[in-house]
Ligand binder design. Structure first.
Ligand SMILES: NC(=O)c1ccc[n+]([C@@H]2O[C@H](COP(=O)([O-])OP(=O)(O)OC[C@H]3O[C@@H](n4cnc5c(N)ncnc54)[C@H](O)[C@@H]3O)[C@@H](O)[C@H]2O)c1
Length: 380
């Protein structure tokens, strides 16, 4: 079993998810490569305590990420820091010769993303991928197999998105994800957009243009210190795109939603593909359930299929048991490690989001900002 020694930069919500996935690697009985967390870095000392308490393999805990980059025993880095720091930290990681799993949106804006892509081009031997876990849900993997088999026929319409609603609570204090200086002009698109884009982009549904409607619903929040703070980021973004599978193919509607204020939704990722031969839809709101409609003998009937552990990377969990968010994180990390060890992904939809897909998402979000501002359709 090959061991890849990892450093984690950013020990918050997502840093912990990766460490926890690494701690239950035995869940994946067929993997020939495993991660070992040997170094952690956070700007503040407190978030690192949980790591040091739970991971005896950690030899370095530092508030200066350059110490991790200087450590020759570290082969790869997972970087999960606020968006305003993606450019500098990702470029430094690559300059240090470490493989990188970066968090979305892969740069606070298109300029930052362009700089990250230039650093990637300058280090072609490094594996660089962007975190996006939802396509690893078994329902999405089943749709992926249908796409690979060409089961849908001519595409009629596609919809996808990520919907939250914790921001409906007007008393929720502001955090960096609601501040433009840390989160960026994209607002909810920067936070949630890669989740909405990864699966359609991987399917080859490429937007040609976009008409976006962006909403600022909550303009002020408690600042957490007894006062109020302006909340200037976009809460919801609805993107109506003309998409196509190739430059000369017929276009079809692709509707992408990234909503932080979607009443009734906790953390709903969904994909729906309507095709001339077959249609399918999956939502994490009901994470077992895959819905499929195949047109046969003139009958149009949606079937509901309960999925179990039908995963890209085999697990020890019984095949009938349901799958969840932390399982998707584990599958995504299996995909990254597999590609690092084997030099290629285990399958089209068993690979992590690529820098090219992240770059396309930046072109889309930048066009969406312009579209909303000018009330116009913008070509990509
Ligand atoms: N894939 C997903 O589902 C998912 C979910 C949430 C967030 N994210 C992404 O993960 C990234 C981090 O988000 P989070 O929710 O974990 O945030 P978080 O606020 O929980 O954690 C970020 C951590 O980074 C630390 N930090 C800030 N600057 C640093 C620096 N220069 N060096 C070291 N540490 C530094 C902070 O102290 C904090 O502990 C963002 O890019 C976000 O978009 C991804």
């Amino acid at each position: 079993m090959r061991t890849v020694r990892f450093g984690i930069i950013g020990c918050g919500l997502m840093g912990r998810e990766f460490a926890s996935a690494a701690a239950r690697w035995c869940h994946l009985p067929e993997m020939k490569v495993r991660p070992q967390i040997v170094a952690v870095c956070d700007a503040k000392p407190e978030p690192m305590e949980w790591f040091s308490q739970n991971f005896p393999s950690i030899k370095l805990a530092t508030t200066d990420y350059r110490q991790i980059l200087a450590d020759e025993s570290v082969e790869a880095v997972y970087c999960a820091v606020p968006h305003n720091q993606h450019k500098d930290v990702y470029c430094d990681i690559l300059a240090a010769g470490k493989h990188l799993m970066g968090e979305k949106p892969f740069g606070i804006d298109k300029l930052a993303n362009d700089a990250i892509n230039a650093a990637i081009a300058a280090h072609p031997g490094l594996l660089v991928r962007c975190s996006s876990e939802f396509p690893f849900f078994p329902g999405a993997q089943r749709i992926a197999r249908m796409l690979d088999a060409g089961a849908f026929g001519k595409i009629i319409e596609v919809a996808g998105g990520l919907l939250h609603s914790s921001d409906l609570d007007l008393d929720k204090p502001i955090n960096w994800k609601r501040m433009i200086e840390f989160n960026g002009e994209y607002g909810c698109m920067g936070d949630l957009g890669m989740h909405a884009c990864h699966f359609p982009f991987r399917a080859g549904f490429i937007p040609r243009n976009v008409r976006a409607i962006l909403s600022k619903i909550v303009t002020e929040r408690p600042d957490g210190k007894g006062g109020r703070a302006a909340c200037l980021t976009w809460d919801n973004a609805t993107l109506f795109c003309e998409a196509a599978e190739s430059p000369d193919a017929d276009g079809f509607p692709l509707a992408l939603k990234t909503h932080r204020i979607a009443p009734g939704e906790t953390d709903t990722w969904y994909i729906e593909i309507l095709g001339a031969k077959m249609s399918a839809r999956f939502s994490t709101k009901n994470p077992r359930r895959l819905e499929v409609m195949e047109y046969r003998n003139g009958v149009q009937a949606w079937q509901q299929i309960d999925t179990g552990q039908d995963t890209a990377f085999k697990t020890i969990t019984g095949s009938i048991f349901e799958f969840g968010f932390s399982d998707a994180i584990l599958q995504m990390w299996a995909a990254f490690l597999h590609e690092l060890a084997e030099g290629r992904p285990a399958g089209r939809f068993a690979g992590c989001a690529t820098p090219q897909e992240a770059a396309l998402s930046h072109r889309l979000f930048t066009a969406a900002l312009e579209s909303h501002k000018n009330h116009a359709t913008v070509a990509l």
